[in-house]
Design a protein. Structure first.
Length: 459
């Protein structure tokens, strides 16, 4: 693979003015240069004015070289800054990414953002974002820092700013990924094909027989199957070996067994149980308990949006389930809260199915974002899911239940814009849960407390 090298233009108004002045005066000093060199051969030390003019020309050439250099160069291992910035960096031009300790976005005035980089030798560099060539190059600079400077602490202001750029480009379909971006992100949500199992296929020494295919796409498929006791079960299949090196295969197998073992130990009456997991013919399988009922997506297609009181009850039941899995040691993150993975039974019981850990394994192995992008938080989109990511997905799901419309991806949802007659509580709940900054989303305990209060008023 060719060495990645990303040039980004960065120049100030002062630079542009000085460079313009130098070029404006070029006829003068360009004539002086050969003249002074010729005279100095014979009269260098006898005529002081010749010496002065000679050094004046050299100064102009030096300034032209300094102020014409307007490129930040980024590779996988280091970043190099333009010559005119190095006095601020103690005349060091090139920095390895491990030397960058922190990156922040500061703003003294509206629309005057600056990025501040802090280095491990007590240096810091402040750059006005307006002096980059365009918003796409700012985006590329920030993403390269995120990917390559793995030990760099990124402030909440910087993350929020980066999210705004990402969301704006997703809305406008103007994503501007460079070669580095292609390697890291190009395959996200990208469909790939594999041959699914046929009806009647037998697995694990005939312990499971495939009855029908429920869904498939990308790297996975879901089947209805029966076990030796003629009980119906759900079989989830992942096929990723074709994309891996031998070392990655070992890593994926370890990750699969660890994640499946953790999920198999979950013990909650409203979570579909994992009955078995295994690898066969280079395919990973998870066997899930079949929960009777229909998922919320099918429910909405049949009936339209749900009654607000029912939505709040569903929110309460889902929050209790999340409280259980997030409270485990270590915490378990679902990663795939969406209408497709929530079963609503006739008695209004709610079940959570199909954890997204399998998707996480696929994403880690193939660098492919697996999941439903309308319900994925900005940090999970970047591969950094945490407990608050499940809350974002919960808020997006509640929005869907209230509107029967797919939520806009990577957006803070405001229900009142779509349902002006919605309650203040539900609008605020959804808006808070889908805050783009996960640090500003409410804590799960606070969510449960507020929902309990509303349900008590409704009782």
């Amino acid at each position: 693979m060719d060495e990645f090298k990303l040039p980004l233009k960065y120049t100030t108004k002062t630079n542009q003015f000085i460079l313009s002045l130098i070029f404006l005066l070029m006829p003068l000093w360009a004539v002086i240069l050969p003249f002074t060199i010729g005279l100095s051969l014979n009269q260098f030390f006898q005529v002081p004015i010749i010496l002065f003019l000679f050094f004046l020309v050299l100064l102009f050439i030096f300034l032209a070289l300094v102020f014409e250099d307007d490129k930040i160069i980024m590779t996988r291992h280091w970043v190099s800054f333009p010559l005119f910035l190095i006095p601020r960096l103690k005349f060091k031009r090139e920095f390895a990414y491990q030397e960058i300790l922190k990156a922040d976005i500061v703003s003294d005035l509206p629309n005057k953002e600056q990025i501040v980089l802090f280095f491990n030798n007590n240096l810091n560099l402040t750059m006005d974002l307006k002096f980059f060539k365009n918003i796409q190059e700012i985006e590329q600079f920030l993403l390269t820092i995120e990917i390559c400077a793995k030990n760099c602490e990124r402030s909440s202001n910087l993350i929020e700013y980066q999210n705004k750029i990402l969301i704006a480009e997703l809305k406008d379909n103007t994503l501007s990924y460079t070669k580095l971006w292609d390697e890291e992100l190009n395959y996200r949500f990208c469909p790939t094909n594999f041959q699914p199992l046929t009806i009647g296929a037998r697995l694990r020494n005939d312990q499971f027989i495939v009855l029908k295919q429920i869904a498939f796409g990308g790297f996975s498929a879901v089947y209805l199957a029966t076990n030796l006791n003629k009980q119906e079960v759900i079989l989830k299949e992942m096929v990723i070996y074709n994309f891996l090196t031998p070392e990655q295969v070992i890593k994926v197998n370890e990750l699969f067994r660890r994640e499946a073992s953790i999920l198999a130990k979950l013990n909650h009456p409203k979570i579909a149980k994992i009955l078995d997991f295994f690898v066969e013919n280079e395919r990973h399988y998870i066997v899930l308990e079949k929960i009777w009922g229909e998922n919320l997506r099918l429910k909405i297609r049949e009936t339209g949006c749900l009654d607000e009181n029912l939505i709040i009850q569903i929110a309460h039941k889902l929050a209790l389930i999340l409280d259980y899995i997030h409270g485990l040691n270590p915490p378990v993150i679902h990663r795939d809260i969406s209408p497709d993975n929530i079963i609503l039974q006739n008695n209004q019981d709610v079940f959570l199915i199909d954890f997204g850990s399998a998707n996480e394994i696929i994403s880690s192995a193939t660098r492919t974002m697996i999941g439903k992008k309308a319900y994925i938080s900005p940090e999970q989109f970047k591969g950094k899911a945490n407990k608050a990511s499940d809350l974002y997905s919960l808020g997006s799901t509640l929005f869907y239940l209230a509107t029967a419309q797919e939520p806009e991806a990577l957006t803070q949802q405001e229900l009142i814009k779509f349902k002006p007659n919605c309650s203040v509580f539900l609008n605020k709940l959804i808006k808070d849960l889908t805050n783009l900054d996960y640090n500003k989303r409410p804590l799960l305990n606070d969510v449960l407390s507020k929902i309990d209060s509303v349900l008590n008023d409704l009782a």
